[in-house]
Write a protein that binds this ligand. Structure first.
Ligand code: SF4
Length: 633
């Protein structure tokens, strides 16, 4: 087989069975890889209404048909499951080396199902797959578990969970190697619910491509396109902290739980040169990457001196910076190491800012939070909250149950910075691209599914040239006109990125004029021998996007799921360029309606139309949705 490895590896933990099934070629052609094939498996194998932490939920980890090849930036992976964080579909991507190694071991996806009777870890050594005892790792931090695995089998790529995952904390993540993560929507809690501490993989088989000469020529062309792009140099030097000047210019830095949009005391902190001076040692990258947005970091002075890690991207910067009123890259580094070791998602760590606002407002006091002084910027208290969340101690146990339960216990629901059940770092009050892309995101409201970054950095002429039928206002982020069109397109294109497992920092999702669907259709054709063109590739993306949304509908969510917290609709920044601006739900709802109709869903109910599913070859979904009364016939 070319491009794809050709095998899905299912591990039934309850029955202790290892099942290798051939990858169905029709599925591969239509759903591409990781994300796409994962959502189809989720639909087929998880009964409707399954609680996320029930053994009947599955978690898929996958590569794509370009993973492990010379295609630039194709070394990512993704996971798919029903999310304990949101109750919606859980889709997360991560970098590192695990995805390519899995492919080289001969597998497109791993599917974990059931629940092991006792803690286990999974060892995949090419064709040999073992369910091994993990009693000696259970209770250890993620990095300790990695050390144990490396002692047992050598220095191989790993997926691990920390104590937060073991204790099924709502926002626990799976750590990929030491610092990449399948974050945001609770992948670690699902692993923990299955009693799986880790997966290690060694692959030595390589990946076959169908037309190697043309493929290599096209890879070189794609690499040159990425490396000659104007956004490239900033990404390569700073990584995602390069976005900070954009947020400053827009007046939307998330300061103290979004109470402020400007952060004058953090001007130096937010300067992308500051981490370069203070903690970055050298750049680092996922397999096959030509950008190198990651960094090896070491704190050079202060109380966290000597702390080392790889990573430090914008979620860490904001969650442990302006969100909680801190301006110290040493602390950001330390808190990132803590999150990675404990296995806590950086989004879930955003609960600290919410607690601090409740503390500021007198809604909670010291006695509610185990005597902690939760004043803004208190680094020690923030680290202690993280530890308590992971081990479910005291206040940590309340937080570990998720946003809804925590608000029931503590109050302050209206101060939770949530969009469609998920925490955000992006303010949706004025920016219409953010508001729409976040509120309609199938995994909950963050930037990972459909944010048209290129509207932030793109010359309007680019959009007008490439999509002449789109409204001329499309590039204006403060204008709702054109946003349903652009968010609809980005969602499909991003599903392609996540299914091929190419990093969207290298494609035209982020880089206007960068590598685009036509480039990847060509690469895919040369890699697999299956003919693709731009239309067929984007149709595959749409098929995946529609099935993900239909999965949420099947699980009980309709039009009512698309919501902004009152903190965005009822309060505004007191100063800065966005002073006084509140989210206008009338305008946002009009965009949501238009988006849903474009996508082939009914804007009143949020349910898919039968013909949408038929046109995309998703007939298998119709019967179930009809039985549930959740389809428009
Ligand atoms: S740009 Fe960053 S996240 Fe993307 S592949 Fe490169 S190192 Fe990994």
């Amino acid at each position: 087989m070319y491009g794809w490895a050709g095998t899905i590896l299912t591990i039934d933990l309850s029955k202790e069975q290892i099942i290798k099934e051939p990858l169905d070629m029709d599925t591969a052609e239509k759903f591409l890889g990781s994300d796409g094939i994962g959502v189809k498996l989720l639909w087929e194998r998880v009964p409707a209404g399954t609680p996320p932490l029930d053994p009947a939920n599955i978690i898929c980890f996958g590569s794509g048909p370009l993973t492990g090849t010379f295609c630039p930036n194709s070394g990512k992976m993704s996971s798919v499951f029903k999310s304990p964080t949101t109750g919606l579909i859980g889709v997360s991507t991560a970098g590192g080396f695990f995805g390519p190694e899995l492919k080289e071991a001969g597998y497109d996806l791993i599917v974990l199902m059931g629940k092991a009777k006792k803690p286990v870890w999974i060892w995949i050594d090419d064709d040999d797959v073992e369910i091994r005892d993990a009693a000696h790792m259970w209770g250890k931090t993620a990095w300790e578990a990695i050390d144990i695995i490396h002692e047992e089998v050598g220095d191989v790529p790993t997926i691990t969970i920390g104590p937060a995952g073991e204790n099924q904390m709502f926002g626990a993540f799976c750590l990929v190697m030491r610092s990449r993560a399948l974050g945001g929507v609770g992948s670690g809690a699902v692993m923990g619910s299955k009693n799986v501490k880790a997966i290690g993989v060694r692959g030595t088989k390589g990946v076959q491509v169908y037309r190697p000469d043309e493929f290599m020529k096209k890879c070189k062309e794609a690499k040159d396109k990425i490396m000659s792009h104007p956004v490239y140099a900033g990404f390569a030097r700073y990584g995602t902290p390069q976005w900070s000047p954009v947020l400053i210019a827009q007046g939307v830095v998330p300061v103290r739980n979004f109470q402020e949009g400007v952060f004058p005391e953090g001007e130096e902190f937010l300067d992308p040169e500051t981490p370069c001076k203070e903690v970055f040692v050298k750049s680092d990258a996922c397999e096959g990457c030509v950008i190198h947005c990651g960094h090896w970091c070491e704190v050079r002075s202060g109380p966290y001196k000597g702390t080392k890690t790889e990573g430090l991207e914008w979620y860490a910067e904001y969650m442990f910076g302006p969100y909680i009123g801190c301006t110290d890259w040493g602390f950001v580094t330390k808190a990132s190491v803590e999150c990675n070791n404990l296995g806590i998602g950086f989004g879930a760590a955003g609960m600290i800012a919410w607690l601090m606002e409740l503390y500021q407002r007198g809604i909670i006091s010291k006695k509610d939070v185990d005597g902690l002084e939760l004043t803004w910027g208190n680094q020690e208290a923030a680290l202690e909250v993280l530890r308590k969340m992971a081990y479910r101690e005291g206040i940590g146990d309340i937080l570990a149950q998720g946003w809804e339960k925590a608000a029931e216990e503590l109050g302050g629901k209206d101060f939770q910075p949530l969009i469609t059940r998920l925490i955000t770092t992006e303010c949706p009050r004025a920016r219409m691209d953010v508001a729409l892309s976040h509120i309609v995101s199938v995994r909950g409201g963050d930037h990972n599914k459909a944010l048209p970054y290129f509207a932030w950095i793109c010359p309007p002429e680019y959009i007008h040239k490439n999509w002449p039928d789109w409204p001329k206002e499309t590039p204006d982020i403060y204008n709702p006109i054109g946003k349903p069109e652009i968010v609809d397109w980005i969602e499909d294109w991003k599903c392609v990125n996540d299914s091929l497992t190419v990093c969207y920092w290298s494609t035209s999702v982020t880089m206007p004029g960068g590598t685009n669907p036509t480039d990847y259709a060509e690469l895919l054709t040369y890699a697999t021998g299956v003919e693709y063109d731009e239309k067929k590739l984007l149709e595959a993306g749409r098929r995946i996007a529609v099935l993900e949304r239909a999965f949420n509908v099947r699980e009980g969510w309709g039009r009512d799921v698309y919501q902004l917290s009152p903190m965005f609709t009822d309060r505004a920044f007191p100063r800065g360029s966005q002073a006084g601006v509140k989210a206008d739900m009338k305008v946002i709802n009009e965009m949501v309606d238009k988006f849903l109709e474009r996508k082939g869903f009914d804007s009143k109910t949020g349910y898919p139309r039968k013909e949408t599913l038929e046109q995309l070859g998703l007939d298998f979904a119709i019967k179930q949705l009809r039985k549930l009364g959740r389809i428009i016939d």
